[in-house]
Design a protein around this ligand. Structure first.
Ligand SMILES: O=C1C[C@@](O)(C(=O)O)C[C@@H](O)[C@@H]1O
Length: 239
């Protein structure tokens, strides 16, 4: 399934964070209950704790009607996974062609990013290149250079998550989003994490951000809203 983002209404995504098959069944039941509010599933693989049943879970998740983003979030970018076995952790699922998009972290060594990207594309996935600043929203020039460097590697889509320490940080990120999406066709997802960043999750689409993340049971990052509340706000704001 090809994920089409960046045109039309802002799409919503929720992060699945199962540790095992029991969690997977529970979370997929919630997805079914809330499916009217969900456009995209993100499977946060860094929470998974039972390698022997990874593919079983993958087939259960991939059986749903939503496009699935595979995300192995490392400790560098706010997740739980050790960056040193990044390619190995992705290989089984990518080789089984489970899911549709692969999130690859900019912070990884270039050789690792390239190896995962080659394996992903060889198995028909789109590549979402992502970067997370867990402490700040850098100055505008730094944000522009960050996006330019990521864009130069030709991903299918980009994601930049910063941490807002003020309302001004959030408005700057949205202005940078507006400027980038005006000048480029590569879909961009941005969000300012923290309570200061709430506006970026509700109004980010107005400035070109393609997707906004809400939560199913628990937030996967600071500042997320419950998915049904987020969908309602996006629908109200965009109609
Ligand atoms: O990269 C992102 C965005 C996110 O960090 C957010 O702030 O909503 C949530 C993560 O699960 C996801 O992988």
């Amino acid at each position: 399934m090809t994920l089409h983002v960046g045109t039309g209404q802002t799409q919503t995504a929720v992060s699945l964070m199962p540790r095992n098959l029991d969690d997977c069944v529970r979370e997929m039941a919630l997805v079914e209950q809330k499916q009217a509010a969900i456009d995209i599933l993100e499977w946060r693989l860094d929470y998974w704790q039972t390698p022997a049943t990874l593919l079983t879970a993958g087939h259960q998740i991939a059986a749903c009607k939503h496009p699935v983003i595979l995300t192995l979030r490392t400790t560098h970018d706010g997740g739980l996974s050790d960056p040193t076995d990044y390619l190995d952790r992705y290989t089984a699922l990518l080789s089984a062609q489970i899911g549709d998009v692969v999130d690859i972290e900019w912070s990884l060594p270039e050789a690792v990013r390239k190896a995962v990207s080659v394996l992903a594309r060889a198995n028909g996935y789109q590549v979402l290149l992502s970067h997370h600043d867990l402490k700040t929203t850098p100055d505008n020039l730094t944000l522009q250079k960050q996006l330019a460097a990521m864009h130069a590697t030709h991903p299918d889509m980009l994601k930049l998550a910063t941490t807002a320490q003020s309302n001004e940080d959030t408005t700057r990120l949205m202005a940078i989003t507006q400027s980038f999406t005006h000048d480029h066709t590569t879909p961009l997802i941005t969000m300012a994490m923290s309570e200061f960043g709430l506006a970026s999750r509700i109004f980010g689409g107005q400035f070109g951000s393609a997707v906004s993340f809400g939560y199913l049971e628990h937030p996967s990052a600071p500042g997320q809203l419950p998915i049904e509340q987020l969908k309602g706000l996006l629908t109200m704001h965009q109609n």
